[in-house]
Design a protein around this ligand. Structure first.
Ligand SMILES: Cc1cc2nc3c(=O)[nH]c(=O)nc-3n(C[C@H](O)[C@H](O)[C@H](O)COP(=O)(O)O)c2cc1C
Length: 159
């Protein structure tokens, strides 16, 4: 995957989880591997609500995701979006969104993804997922997510 000036696309996965080595981390590692296989340069960073996100400017794609705990997107990601300069640095960026939750019934689509989307200004959303524990552990789910990201990226006008 390359940009309009043919350098490899730079992707960062920004995530949060209360767990270390839990289902979210396993999923983002699988996503990172798939993005790298598609030719992207990939980094990952765990969110801190008081972090400085100016580094996001150098990335072409931001994958943003976290689990749901007690009906809310995990607090360090949600906090970063509302309290830090993350929102400002994501303005107009190409993003892919996911949330991980125990019960991804249709209601989850309405309840959880909007918690991320309402904090984004003029995003280009390449793909979005609400993931069950089974999907988080399924390499095919990560591959399908990345396939959709790559296909949408290739169709999108590049800055
Ligand atoms: C304390 C706690 C609260 C949770 N609350 C919810 C919830 O409100 N809705 C939901 O669908 N899943 C909920 N879950 C399920 C998690 O979102 C799901 O298991 C997720 O994959 C956990 O990610 P992790 O392994 O990275 O921590 C909760 C899990 C925990 C441990």
């Amino acid at each position: 995957m390359t940009t309009s000036d043919t350098r490899p696309m730079k992707a960062i996965i920004l995530y949060d989880s209360m767990s270390v080595g839990g289902s979210t981390e396993r999923f983002i590692d699988a996503v990172g591997l798939e993005l790298a296989k598609a030719g992207a340069y990939v980094e990952k960073a765990r969110c801190r609500q008081n972090g400085d996100y100016s580094f996001v400017a150098e990335f072409d794609l931001v994958v943003l995701g976290a689990p749901i705990y007690y009906l809310l997107v995990s607090s360090q990601l949600l906090g970063a979006l509302s309290k830090s300069n993350l929102k400002q640095n994501l303005k107009g960026k190409m993003v892919a969104l996911f949330v991980a939750c125990g019960s991804p019934e249709p209601m989850a689509q309405l309840l959880y993804l909007p918690q991320l989307k309402m904090n984004l200004e003029n995003p280009v959303i390449l793909a979005e997922r609400v993931l069950s524990p089974d999907q988080l552990n399924d390499p095919a789910a990560a591959a399908g997510f990345v396939d959709e990201i790559v296909a949408s990226y290739q169709k999108s006008p590049k800055p």
